[in-house]
Design a binder for this molecule. Structure first.
Ligand code: ADP
Ligand code: MG
Length: 701
């Protein structure tokens, strides 16, 4: 009964109606009572306080003033006209401006009438004004119940023009709450409420809109944040449990000849302890009869590819095929070359399938895969195509996960009746809190050690004026036989301009490093695949000393003799991107260097990014700074995951709540794996409700 009421379409609420209902749906994603109830205010203002007009000194913060109208003018004509109403209090005056909906408001503001005005000031011609403020006559204002804390809601221009500015939303919400009081179901069990001293759900939902003081508001927020994080964790962990129960995995029962031969005779170096540890973890998974879904995290250069290869050998030893998917062709080509080389002399068939594989080649590859003649296939998204069928696919390795969507992973599953084991490799160090949320259903292995003999990369920051010094340094390094990357930003929005920059930079470098003495390569994403590949090859073979590139070389490229990374306009790159780029050097025995060139004007964030890079090589530290600077919504891979659709919780600031939520969810499932106990009924109901509501929650991850 109560659940149904919450699902009532929003237009049925008094004060909404079909037209506003439609706008709420389109502009705010609010289509039901429940959606409206969880359309939380993003802040509250103290209604008892008015700011003296003279004290207004910043833009973009909501504030409340009161004053009398001293003038009311329509300026300009037709489309470009605007209404300017000037009000003053005892301290000063300010203009209120309307560009739209003028006819509705212009007659209200008669000279001398007194108004309460709420809005965001902006600075124009050295003076503050407030455009499209919300206004209430003094009489209306005093007639209203005095909430000490007044909620402020997001409202788009379209909403405002249709009577859905923040005050209207608060009125609607008040009406809604008066109808819902007593019927909002609790979603947690009493134990949890008691243990964490959480307020009830109904109380929290009422108080988050209309709290009587800030302490009560905080309690409401804490409760609702817990709900957000708890149900995500519960869903992920339950999914993981179920998968383990229901889905059988291929059993790689033994370590066979291929693995052992490779390990004893072909492996050119000793595995690091971290690599061994991870291989043991994987071995335990694939031998257990459950399907492995493991995230392998390791900083750039930590040797993930080799671990992946050895897992593929486990698959082969047990009669299965394996595939490795990379996010770009360059990377797929390189994996192919690397793995071929590692396996040289062994009786294993390996092939490559990417977007630019010719039709004739495909016609050869497809049947070989389907017959099982081909043991290992390496490629890009091309592997996902329906035409690609396997005889017995046992293992899928996905490199650089953040570029593959969840749905694509699921598609690989379907290529085998028993789903293959999945190993996801990422060099983007994901902070624990994020990993717990986004990859909460995967098991985690970490390679936390670099192969021996690596010297930490030295990183320097130069302003543009330091170019000459940088060129000198480059000459010295080339004289020592080293190779150098010079990277330019290429941002999609300004692609043409960036490509021109790259070309200009290349032309300039050709003058600084004349062809009589030096050879340069260039790659960027707009080049044809075979052109790219041949330029990469020339550099790889040492025929050219300088590789001028965009971020196409960001991931995976492995050329140990390249020991200098110069990044132009480094302030335009994100931290994780800078870290990835820097990871292209430091792969050989030589001391490596990374030079960050920037303009003189750095934003505060830009400066923090550069300073962080200069200070540390530690990917996890960098990831933490990155998360703090950008917020989780921006991290690659989290957007498409859809999981981080959090309204209140912030996985950085609310780490403690997140940990508590995960623990409690785990304990709950330990005690009641199928969630059948009476006391967990509320929890299950809400979980099911959420799953029905969020399409992405139902997807396999
Ligand atoms: P990642 O993919 O994790 O960035 P790679 O797998 O490309 O790292 O490995 C980086 C380099 O280190 C490669 O040249 C690889 O051959 C080498 N390497 C891997 N494992 C070891 C090891 N145990 N000892 C020495 N070198 C290693
Ligand atoms: Mg790699």
């Amino acid at each position: 009964m109560s659940v149904d009421l919450l699902q009532t379409p929003i237009e049925f609420l008094k004060g909404v109606g079909p037209k506003r209902g439609e706008i709420l749906r389109k502009e705010a994603g609010v289509s039901t009572y429940f959606d409206m109830l969880t359309y939380y205010p993003f802040r509250h203002v103290d209604r008892s306080r008015f700011m003296p007009i003279v004290e207004i000194n910043s833009e973009n913060v909501y504030l409340q003033v009161r004053g009398k109208v001293i003038s009311n003018q329509l300026i300009g004509q037709g489309r470009s006209s605007r209404l300017v109403v000037t009000i003053s209090d005892s301290s000063g005056s300010i203009d209120l401006i309307w560009f739209q909906g003028i006819n509705w408001v212009k007659d209200k503001f008669t000279a001398g009438s007194e108004w309460v005005v709420f809005g965001k000031p902006s600075l124009f011609n050295g003076k503050y004004n407030i455009s499209h403020p919300e206004t209430e006559s003094m009489a209306e204002f005093t007639a209203q119940p005095a909430d000490p804390l007044h909620p402020v809601y997001n409202s788009t221009d379209k909403m405002k023009l249709n009577g859905l500015a923040t005050r209207a939303i608060s009125k609607i919400t008040r009406t809604l709450i008066s109808q819902l009081q007593g019927v909002i179901p609790e979603t947690l069990n009493n134990d949890i409420l008691y243990q964490l001293k959480l307020v009830g759900r109904e109380e929290a939902l009422l108080n988050i809109h209309f709290p009587s003081n800030t302490e009560i508001l905080e309690k409401a927020r804490a409760r609702l944040k817990f709900d957000e994080l708890f149900f995500i964790q519960l869903r992920l962990l339950r999914y993981k449990n179920n998968r383990a129960q229901i889905i059988k995995g291929n059993i790689f029962s033994h370590i066979g000849d291929l693995f052992n031969d490779f390990y004893n005779e072909y492996l050119p170096f000793k595995l690091t302890d971290a690599q061994k540890k991870v291989l043991r973890e994987i071995r335990a998974d694939v031998g257990s009869g459950k399907q492995m879904n493991r995230l392998l995290q390791g900083d750039v250069g930590s040797g993930k590819t080799l671990v992946a290869l050895m897992c593929m050998l486990m698959a082969l030893d047990n009669g299965f095929q394996a595939c490795l998917m990379a996010p770009t062709e360059i990377l797929a080509n390189q994996h192919y070359a690397t793995i071929k080389k590692f396996l040289d002399g062994m009786n294993i068939t390996v092939d490559l399938l990417t977007g630019s594989t010719k039709k004739n080649r495909r016609k050869e590859i497809h049947p070989m895969l389907q017959s099982g003649e081909l043991h290992i296939i390496i490629g890009t998204h091309a592997l996902i195509e329906d035409a690609v069928k396997f005889s017995k696919l046992g293992l899928v390795v996905v490199d650089e996960q953040h570029r593959f969507g969840v749905a694509q992973r699921a598609k690989m599953w379907s290529k085998s009746t028993i789903p293959p084991h999945v190993l996801v490799m990422t060099a983007t160090p994901i902070p624990r809190t994020l990993a717990m949320t986004v990859y909460g259903d995967l098991d985690l292995s970490v390679i936390d050690e670099l192969p021996p003999g690596r010297k930490p990369i030295l990183t320097y920051h130069f302003y543009e004026s330091g170019h000459e010094k940088v060129y000198n340094f480059m000459r010295q390094q080339i004289a020592l036989g080293r190779q150098i990357y010079v990277v330019y930003p290429l941002i999609e929005e300004s692609e043409m301009l960036d490509l021109k920059n790259l070309q200009d930079g290349f032309d300039h470098l050709k003058q600084v490093f004349p062809s009589s003495k030096y050879a340069l390569s260039m790659v960027h994403g707009r080049m044809k695949a075979d052109e790219k590949e041949s330029e990469m090859q020339r550099f790889k073979l040492g025929e050219t000393q300088i590789m001028v590139a965009t971020t196409v070389i960001e991931v995976g490229v492995d050329i140990p003799n390249a020991s200098v990374m110069v990044i132009e306009n480094a302030e335009r790159f994100g931290l994780s991107q800078l870290h990835q780029l820097r990871g292209r050097v430091g792969r050989g025995a030589d001391q490596s260097h990374c030079i960050l060139l920037t303009g003189f004007n750095l934003t505060a964030d830009g400066r923090t990014r550069i300073e962080t890079m200069v200070r540390t090589n530690d990917g996890f530290e960098i990831a933490d700074v990155d998360l703090k600077l950008r917020g989780p919504g921006d991290l690659e891979g989290t957007k498409q995951s859809g999981i981080l659709d959090l309204k209140l919780a912030d996985i950085v600031r609310d780490e403690q709540i997140l940990r508590a939520a995960r623990n409690i969810a785990q304990n709950l499932l330990d005690a009641d794996p199928y969630l059948v106990k009476e006391e967990n009924l509320r929890i299950v109901r809400y979980l099911n409700y959420l799953s029905s509501k969020k399409a992405e929650w139902a997807m396999i991850s």
